[in-house]
Design a protein around this ligand. Structure first.
Ligand code: FAD
Length: 484
């Protein structure tokens, strides 16, 4: 049998469940990645994620050639509409099956259905595999067979079901000779960014490591810190988390390997590893929520929250623009937005803080924030992003109760007590004292003057007063309480 491996969000050759299934089944296997015009077209011409993918493909192409021991094998890289290109290529290469990793996002499911139907018309099968989660769809269910809407029992069940069979390393080292030579017209290097209509981003300058080697390097580095994760993860000025999210997003690390190691360390008594493993379970949880309740992509998980009326009109749009640009006057919020705008990453604690600020201080629809994150996060993932935003808006499964409203000043005092993170991203506040830096408008005019700060000049006045905003939010959310 001849097959075609379609790489999507699994850009690695090692421990790739789909590649393993394809190589086990086929005598000859072609490999392809499509820069999907349907996805790329609407993006701005500078996008770190596109560059991350391209760099990772260069490494994947090399790895496949090495695995095959043939210089003429490797990755076919196309720039086309994937739902047209895959069936066309499958016909051209005369394959009997196309292999791809399961994707649970509504648009991806639609695309895969179109592809499967087109292939079927030519007698070609689309065979998909679970790869980027440990448990998918309805694999983890309540005792009565329902889908969990609450995290802790889901996690407990997930952990009790976890067995070595879920963590098998899908090693393909002995199957490399099944990788087929590329047809002559595809013997071309991975297209450059310019070839696909993009310009370089600051990815290289930020030293964000790409590809399998980048993912492995970050994990090695994090391994040293894993045991302390429970104590360090909430402080954005500290190198606490793993920074692996973009690699998990594009599959340049194997989730199974990460879980294997975290699980072993948890069993050996590491509290840090246990908390980190929990985060990986949250990831599976939100993927399952999206797969089982696809309405969350556009609506509240809990329908009564769709009755909330958010601020709209030019004033609301001006508030939103200030939030996006990091000009709210609340230093932690602004520093966090600067981190996002400059690097495409934002610390998890800060995602919660800025999210809560948008929804519960500015009274804006969580979907506005969700869309902004989707555009700017390197690790943007529909399930985790939507889960996170519905959590802060209290509309999601197992979300923060609506009456719990983060105070952006006390969050700042608690999680960036010395203002180190704030100073890194807002140098104009650097000379303020540790006390004043969290809420500069409360400082004495003399201190502001001595620090060279002019509110409304080189740093904005606060957009809203938190206490008043909080009271308004409670009123806004009252419709939820009254819902039948
Ligand atoms: P670590 O702390 O090292 O965690 C390890 C991995 O666990 C992460 O890489 C991620 O894959 C997973 N993870 C951690 N926390 C969560 C979580 N709450 N939900 C789901 N998975 C989690 N994460 C994304 O990957 N993509 C997103 O688009 C995204 N949007 C978010 C939006 C909001 C409003 C919030 C509150 C959270 C969002 N998260 C998102 C979750 C989390 O903030 C990031 O996964 C994390 O900050 C990434 O950094 P890290 O890899 O250093 O994480």
């Amino acid at each position: 049998e001849t097959g075609l491996m379609w790489f999507r969000r699994d850009l690695r050759s090692s421990d790739n469940a789909t590649l393993h299934a394809a190589l086990t089944r086929c005598r000859q296997l072609h490999c392809v990645f499509v820069f999907d015009q349907a996805i790329l077209e609407p993006l701005p011409r500078v996008d770190r994620r596109v560059e991350f993918i391209r760099e990772s493909l260069v490494e994947l192409d090399e790895a496949l050639r090495l695995l095959s021991k043939r210089p003429d094998a490797g990755l076919i890289v196309c720039h086309a509409v994937a739902s047209d290109e895959i069936p066309r290529l499958a016909r051209q290469l005369q394959v009997q099956a196309v292999f791809a990793g399961n994707d649970y996002e509504p648009q991806a499911i639609e695309r895969d259905t179109v592809v499967a139907n087109a292939l079927q018309a030519d007698g070609i099968a689309l065979l998909t595999c679970k790869d980027h989660v440990i448990f998918e769809r309805r694999e983890i269910l309540t005792q009565s067979g329902g889908v969990y809407g609450v995290f802790t029992p889901y996690k407990n069940n997930w952990l009790s079901r976890l067995a070595p069979e879920h963590l098998v390393d899908h090693n393909v080292n002995t199957l490399g000779n099944r990788l087929a030579p590329r047809p002559p017209e595809f013997q071309t290097p991975v297209p450059t960014l310019a070839d696909i209509g993009f310009e370089p981003s600051n990815l290289g300058q930020l030293k964000i490591p790409t590809g399998m080697s980048g993912g492995a390097r970050l994990f090695e580095d994090f391994f040293e810190r894993m045991d302390r994760y429970d104590r360090t993860r909430d402080f954005p000025a500290i190198k606490g988390p793993s920074y692996l999210s973009v690699h998990l997003r594009f599959g340049t690390v194997s989730l199974r390997r990460l879980v294997t190691i975290a699980w072993q360390r948890q069993l050996a008594g590491s509290a840090g590893a246990a908390v980190w493993l929990s985060e990986l379970v949250w990831r599976d949880f939100y993927v399952a929520i999206l797969a089982n309740f696809p309405h969350v992509a556009t609506q509240a998980f809990k329908p009564e929250y769709d009755a909330i009326s958010w601020e709209t009109g030019p004033e609301a749009e001006a508030l939103f623009a200030a939030w996006c640009a990091g000009r709210t006057g609340y230093p932690l919020v602004d520093a966090a937005m600067a981190q996002l705008n400059q690097t495409g990453y934002m610390h998890n604690r800060l995602r919660m803080v800025v999210g809560s600020f948008l929804v519960k201080d500015l009274g804006l629809d969580w979907r506005w924030g969700e869309a902004y994150f989707a555009k700017h996060l390197n690790d943007f993932d529909l399930s985790a992003n939507n889960g996170g935003w519905q959590w802060v808006a209290s509309s999601g499964c197992d979300a923060q109760p609506y009456f719990r409203i983060f105070n952006p000043i006390s969050q700042s005092e608690k999680f960036d007590p010395e203002g180190k993170f704030i100073r890194r991203y807002l140098p104009q506040l650097a000379a303020l004292s540790n006390k004043a830096i969290h809420a500069p408008w409360l400082a004495k005019p003399l201190e502001l003057q001595a620090a060279g700060l002019s509110l409304g000049g080189n740093y904005p006045q606060p957009l809203v007063q938190h206490d008043a905003a909080r009271a308004q939010t409670l009123l806004r959310y009252a419709v939820v309480k009254k819902a039948p």
